[in-house]
Design a protein around this ligand. Structure first.
Ligand SMILES: C[S@@+](CC[C@H](N)C(=O)[O-])C[C@H]1O[C@@H](n2cnc3c(N)ncnc32)[C@H](O)[C@@H]1O
Length: 268
């Protein structure tokens, strides 16, 4: 596959994007596309991981800069042709962007308030903040139970990348809360508080997320993309009929004037 992204390295040939990841990114972009300005716009992908979203945005004609605090992730992103730098969003500085996007990264940053404030400074006054996140605090017992039971079945079927490590949990909600707290993942409410302190949140949606969580564990070579799509269908249906809680949080926000943004050089 030839990837031509907004990259200093130029187009590269890569076979690294597996079927599940390709499906995950394509579906994510289909959900978010209405929130992006037309290309070419300047996008900062914060916590880009191995860079597949940034690469896909680059292929659409955007000028993408990607950052991550993990040097190994940045090397992987660069290998697929992404212009990527190892940096902590809390202190990252650069010329202004039209879009700052956090895809499953904001709940991981150590300094949440600083990360959000710095994002505001990095955005053009007319720019948009897009957050596509995991709000683990929304899960109830049934939701946690569905997650761990499904993971255990997939594990027993041998289709997860790390087999034998996903047992069913006798007290799924307690395990869920302990696990995400112990790994210092910010809950959705904390992210909303931090963002709302600096930005005007213009739209927010509670959406399915567990299929993405499980999808990240799928051994793509064993399952292809159809199992990922089936997990998404099941979770979506169960949320619609009220059985599962949506643990995804998707929002767009604009810089609130006078609350921490940075003006373009030469503007009054
Ligand atoms: C779950 S991964 C998400 C990767 C990718 N954005 C995606 O949607 O699949 C979270 C990423 O955020 C990065 N991260 C955590 N704290 C960060 C920080 N302060 N600045 C930049 N990246 C950070 C991690 O290193 C990790 O690669």
């Amino acid at each position: 596959m030839v990837i031509a992204s907004g990259s200093d390295a130029g187009p590269v040939t890569s076979t690294e994007t597996d079927a599940v990841t390709a499906e995950r990114v394509a579906h994510q972009l289909s959900l978010l596309s209405a929130w992006f300005p037309d290309p070419p716009a300047r996008i900062l992908d914060v916590g880009c991981g191995t860079g597949e979203l940034a690469a896909a945005l680059g292929r659409q004609g955007y000028e993408v800069t990607a950052i991550d605090i993990d040097a190994g992730a940045i090397e992987a992103a660069q290998r697929i042709g992404v212009r990527a730098a190892c940096a902590d969003i809390a202190v990252f500085d650069a010329p202004l962007f039209d879009v700052v996007i956090f895809s499953l990264s904001l709940h991981h940053v150590d300094a949440l308030d600083s990360a959000v404030a710095q994002s505001s400074r990095l955005l053009d006054p007319s720019g948009v903040l897009i957050v596509d996140e995991f709000a683990w605090d929304r899960a109830d017992r049934t939701t946690a139970e569905w997650f761990y039971d499904t993971a255990a079945v997939l594990d027993a079927a041998g289709v997860l990348r790390t087999a034998g490590e996903r047992p069913p949990r006798p007290d799924p909600l307690a395990h869920w809360v302990d696990h995400h707290s112990e790994h210092h993942m910010h809950p959705g409410l904390a992210m909303l508080d931090a963002i709302g302190g600096v930005f005007d949140i213009q739209e927010q949606h509670r959406v399915p997320y567990l299929y993405r969580y499980l999808g990240g564990w799928l051994a793509s070579e064993a399952v292809g993309a159809s199992l990922f799509a089936t997990l998404r269908q099941i979770e979506t249906m169960r949320i619609q009929d009220g059985r599962l809680q949506p643990t995804g949080l998707r929002l767009r926000a604009r810089a609130a004037s006078g609350r921490g943004g940075r003006r373009r050089a030469g503007s009054p």
